[in-house]
Design a protein around this ligand. Sequence first.
Ligand code: DX5
Ligand code: ZN
Length: 221
Amino acid sequence: KQAPWIAPSILAADFARLGEECEAVLAAGADVIHFDVMDNHYVPNLTIGPMVCQALRKHGIEAPIDVHLMVSPVDDLIGMFADAGASMITFHPEASRHVDRSLQLIRDAGCQAGLVLNPATTPECLEYVMDKLDMILLMSVNPGFGGQTFIPGTLKKIEQVRALIDRQERPIRLEVDGGVSEKNIRDVAAAGADTFVAGSAIFGKADYGAVIEQMRAELAL
Ligand code: DX5
Ligand code: ZN
């Protein structure tokens, strides 16, 4: 298992001050910026695209940017996000007609690649593309909105996918997204996750440093 990463989801940030918000969470101890892309087609909401990613880079954000694509189709956006400074790009297998090709496009563009499994999606789809994955993202809510409640059944899937990752020779990050907070992060970690997305649990607080520190304390227990 790799060193834990805290990945604040900027979906819950103040979009009018996005550059400052990213600086603030990074100064508060965050490891990566989680960047949620929604297209009002694959999910019923609309957010931000490659131009905003590029603007953050131009603003001086140097931390890894973890682009979570909730869009269909996927492929057209891969090159655009790579050019805009994305570090990792993940997508939902249902959203791409050719999953292996999309993963290869991400790697060819020089980014780390990952698949995202919705709460009801089984891990079988990972089997034949394991060698192309740097990250597996398990949704613990249905994608589309921040501030939802963690679906407890996800814990069992985290354990299953952890076992699958442990059978590989290469390190693969296991990320969990949706309803993660300082209250349940210890259970999520105990099930096998090493990368923790949190939107409202961090940006909903006045003191980002305090909540991130609290999360790290829970992880150290
Ligand atoms: C949901 C997004 C998540 C979301 C997490 O579709 O992928 O990244 O913003 O927000 P919280 O932590 O508030 O559930
Ligand atoms: Zn996300």
